[in-house]
Write a protein that binds this ligand. Structure first.
Ligand code: AMP
Ligand code: GLY
Length: 424
C-alpha cells in the first residue's frame, strides 16, 4: 500500500525509518519531510496545514493510509476529512484530539471518570480566575486552554505572578489558546511519560520515556520542545506502569467511548509520579518528539501493521514485540535555540556517527546539492541502543562527537536521572 506520512521533525524521521521496513509498504511519501526523511521516502512539497492539497495528493497518488505526525492537523480535523474521503488515517478525530487541544476538556473528562489529576477550575474571564486564587496555595499553575506550542503553562510562585499570568492569557499572549484559562494545583514529584496505542476500546502499552525539556545542563534555562530522551524510564516501575494503565489510560478510553467518540491513535500521557501515585499532567494525541526517536528503535514488530490494527479497532488480535535494550537520543540544536538562531549552516560527517552504530534522525535539515544544511532549531537526534541507559548515553555522545557542526550544541547530561538510578 502507498502511505503518506505528515510532518518534518525527528519524530517523523523515526516513523519514516520504521514504516519503510514494513513488508506491507509499497511506497512511502512524506510531506513536507526533511533531508533525512528523503533517504527513506519521497518528500512532497505540501504543508500539513494544506488539507485540500493533502486530499488531492492522496487521490492522485493512490494513497490508502495517511500517518499524521503532529497535533496541529489532528486538532484541525484532518483525520475526519480523510476518512470522509474514504482514505484511512492514523490519528484521532478532531473531537478526540481535544484531549490535547483543550486542557479544560481533559480536566473535565478526568473529573467525570475519576482519573487522578491536579485539582482545577476553568475560567473564561480574568476576575473570577483571580478570585479563585484565594482558594489555591502557591505555587499555582496557570494554563492557556488551547494549543500553545508547549508555552502555555506558567508555574506561578507568587500571587502577583499568578495574576499577571491570568492577565497575559486573556490579553492574548497565547492567541486563541488563551481565551480560556485552567488554574490547577501544583503537583510534586518526578515527571515521566507513557505511550499507549489505542483502537477505540483497547490500549496497548508501547513504552515509557523521560524527556529533557530545559535547554541547559542540570535542567536549567528556558523550556524547549525537548533536548533528549530515553526509553524505558527506570522510574516507571511495573507497578507505576500498571497503575497508569488501569487508573488513567483505560478509564480515559472508556470515558471517550461512552461519550460516543472513540479515541484511536497514540495517547501520550505526561505524568507526575506523586506520593499518591501517577497523576495526569496532560495528554498529547501523537508521539512525542524526541520520545518517538527512542521508541521506534526498540520496536521489533511491524509499525504499519500495528497502526492499521489500531485504526480498524483490532488491536486485541495483535501483540507488539520490543527489544529489552535501552535507547537514548541526544538532540543537536542550532546555537541560540529556543530563541533566534542562524539558518543554513553546514553540517558534516553524519556518516561517521552512523558508522558508530548510531541512528541519526533529522529534524530541521535540508540538502543544497551534496551539502547538508541546518534549517531549524532542533536539527539532529543522535540515537544509540545498549543494555543500560548509561551505555546508550556513552555511545550516543561518542557518535555526537563525530559530527562536525560549528553552529550546533547539545546538552551534555541527557539521561542523568536514569544513569543515577543505575548506579544504585
Ligand atoms: P504541559 O504543557 O501541560 O505539559 O506542562 C508543561 C510542564 O509544566 C510540565 O511538563 C510540568 O513540568 C509542568 N506542569 C504542568 N502542570 C503541572 C502541575 N499541575 N504541577 C506541576 N507541574 C506542572
Ligand atoms: N517532547 C514533548 C512533546 O513531544 O510534546
Amino acid at each position: 500500500m502507498n502511505i503518506l506520512l505528515l510532518g518534518s521533525g525527528g519524530r517523523e524521521h523515526a516513523l519514516a525509518w520504521k514504516l519503510a521496513q514494513s513488508p506491507k509498504l509499497s511506497k512511502l511519501y512524506c510531506a513536507p519531510g526533511n533531508a533525512g526523511i528523503a533517504q527513506v521516502a519521497e518528500c512532497v512539497a505540501l504543508q500539513v496545514t494544506d488539507h485540500a492539497g493533502i486530499l488531492d495528493f492522496c487521490k492522485s497518488n493512490d494513497i490508502s493510509y495517511v500517518v499524521i505526525g503532529p497535533e496541529g492537523p489532528l486538532v484541525a480535523g484532518l483525520a475526519d476529512e480523510l476518512e470522509q474521503a474514504g482514505i484511512g488515517a492514523f490519528g484521532p478525530s478532531a473531537y478526540a484530539s481535544q484531549l490535547e487541544g483543550s486542557k479544560g476538556f481533559t480536566k473535565d473528562l478526568c473529573a467525570e471518570f475519576n482519573i487522578p489529576t491536579a485539582a482545577y477550575k476553568r475560567f473564561s474571564e480574568a476576575e473570577p480566575a483571580k478570585a479563585f486564587l484565594d482558594e489555591m496555595s502557591l505555587p499555582v499553575v496557570i494554563k492557556a486552554d488551547g494549543l500553545a506550542a508547549g508555552k502555555g503553562v506558567i508555574i506561578a510562585e507568587t500571587r502577583d505572578q499568578a495574576e499577571q499570568a491570568i492577565d497575559d492569557c486573556f490579553a492574548g499572549s497565547f492567541g486563541k489558546a488563551g481565551h480560556e484559562v485552567v488554574i490547577e494545583a501544583f503537583l510534586e514529584g518526578e515527571e515521566a511519560s507513557l505511550f499507549a496505542l489505542c483502537d477505540g476500546q483497547t490500549a496497548m502499552l508501547l513504552g515509557t520515556a523521560q524527556d529533557h525539556k530545559r535547554v541547559g545542563d542540570g535542567d536549567t534555562g528556558p523550556n524547549t520542545g525537548g533536548m533528549g530522551a530515553y526509553s524505558p524510564a527506570p522510574v516507571m516501575t511495573q507497578e507505576m506502569i500498571d497503575r497508569t494503565m488501569s487508573e488513567i489510560i483505560v478509564p480515559t478510553l472508556a470515558g471517550m467511548h461512552s461519550r460516543g467518540y472513540s479515541f484511536k491513535g497514540i495517547l501520550y500521557a505526561g505524568l507526575m509520579l506523586t506520593q499518591e501515585g501517577p497523576e495526569l499532567i496532560e495528554y498529547n494525541v501523537r508521539f512525542g518528539d524526541p520520545e518517538c526517536q527512542v521508541l521506534m528503535p526498540r520496536l521489533k514488530s511491524d509499525l504499519l501493521e500495528l497502526m492499521l490494527a489500531a485504526s480498524d479497532g483490532a488491536l486485541l488480535e495483535h501483540d507488539a514485540e520490543w527489544s529489552n535494550e535501552c535507547a537514548l537520543t541526544v538532540v543537536l540544536a542550532a546555537k541560540g535555540y529556543p530563541d533566534s538562531y542562524e539558518k543554513n549552516t553546514v553540517i558534516e560527517d553524519i556518516d561517521k556517527a552512523e558508522a558508530k552504530n548510531a541512528l541519526v534522525f533529522h529534524a530541521g535539515t535540508a540538502k543544497d546539492g551534496d551539502t547538508l544544511l541546518a534549517t531549524g532549531g532542533r536539527v539532529l537526534n543522535v540515537t544509540a541502543i545498549a543494555t543500560t541507559v548509561s551505555d546508550a548515553q556513552s555511545r550516543a555522545y561518542d557518535a555526537v562527537n563525530s559530527i562536525k557542526w560549528e553552529n550546533g550544541f547539545c546538552r551534555q547530561d541527557i539521561g542523568w536521572r536514569a544513569v543515577e538510578r543505575e548506579k544504585t
